[in-house]
Ligand binder design. Structure first.
Ligand code: NDP
Length: 278
């Protein structure tokens, strides 16, 4: 039960949620920026989403993050949307506005771009392959296109979904493919936005997709190397990274949406990197 007269309340809702690092990240941000707030994680099945969110805000909650499988429900729930959330058709950040309305934003794309930049991965002029056509891909296609790659190819196990995204995000430098039709092509950056790593699986990819000095990035993260990060290493990737940095960067942007303050992310990424190998 929230107490509206006490410290500002924030939370992440999702299902499953027990391994979420978001409470740790936002607590570190709050300490660093000297903001007084509490951030908790709550398991919320999709069927209970609307009533639980209404209850949270009615009891004085100030902001929410929504993760799998709630991002599309959050998009429907929000009364106002940022331009990037409108495009993504997915919301990971809800904010109670001063007039009592609920604002929805999507910080996944900016989170990915910021982490790629911090890791010195070149996007402008690069040949980029995006694997997956689910909610996470929806949030990152427009931010990737805005970096002026040479081209961006979306490939998905169910190729009709990749084609649908290409038609929706319409751009001369955007293409869609099945996994098998990628054979013979090469990419400077391969981004895994499938959820395959969560079950230790790899997308079924042709050989030799990664160009010399190319890099790999898995949106998934774990305490040990994900299947895709390991695959990147076997392909001699210059860098093969998981999504921990993106997680911290998207959280920093959500923190800014709520509190108007930008936390410094690299110190928090370093703390989380050290903690996961303990
Ligand atoms: P969705 O459930 O919306 O989409 C899943 C996608 O993965 C679909 O394209 C699906 O293909 C594909 N897929 C699932 N299993 C396999 C497999 N074995 N082989 C090939 N393709 C597969 O998930 P999200 O888009 O929401 O999330 C994707 C990943 O991104 C997750 O790992 C999630 O944890 C991560 N993520 C990380 C963030 C971060 O901050 N680091 C932020 C957001 C997401 P098909 O259409 O054929 O079913």
């Amino acid at each position: 039960m929230l107490n509206s007269t006490s410290i500002d309340q924030y939370a992440v809702f999702g299902d499953p949620i027990q391994h979420s690092k978001s409470p740790r990240i936002h607590t570190l941000f709050a300490e660093q920026t000297q903001q007084k707030l509490v951030y908790t994680a709550q398991q919320v099945p999709a069927a209970n989403f609307e009533t639980t969110v209404q209850q949270f805000f009615a009891q004085g909650g100030k902001g929410l993050n929504c993760t799998v499988p709630l991002k599309e429900l959050a998009w429907n729930f929000a009364e106002h949307l940022s331009a990037r959330a409108t495009l993504a058709k997915a919301v990971n950040t809800l904010k109670l506005m001063p007039d009592g309305s609920i604002y929805g934003d999507n910080t996944d794309g900016v989170g990915l771009i910021n982490d790629l930049k911090h890791n010195h991965i070149t996007l402008s002029g690069s040949r980029i392959l995006l694997l997956g056509a689910g909610g996470a891909s929806r949030g990152i296609i427009a931010p990737l296109l805005a970096q002026n790659p040479q081209h961006l190819v979306i490939a998905n196990r169910t190729d009709s979904k990749a084609i649908a995204l290409m038609q929706e995000f319409r751009s001369a430098i955007l293409a869609a493919s099945s996994f098998s039709a990628l054979a013979g092509q090469q990419f400077d950056l391969i981004i895994n936005a499938t959820s395959a790593s969560l079950s230790g699986d790899l997308p079924d990819l042709p050989e030799k997709l990664l160009a010399n000095s190319g890099s790999c990035y898995d949106l998934a993260y774990a305490n040990q190397a994900t299947a895709f990060v390991t695959w990147g290493i076997t392909q001699h990737a210059l860098k093969s990274l998981d999504g921990l940095g993106m997680l911290v960067e998207q959280a920093a942007e959500a923190f800014y949406v709520w509190r108007g303050v930008h936390p410094e992310t690299s110190a928090v990424i370093n703390i989380l990197q050290a903690e996961r190998f303990k």
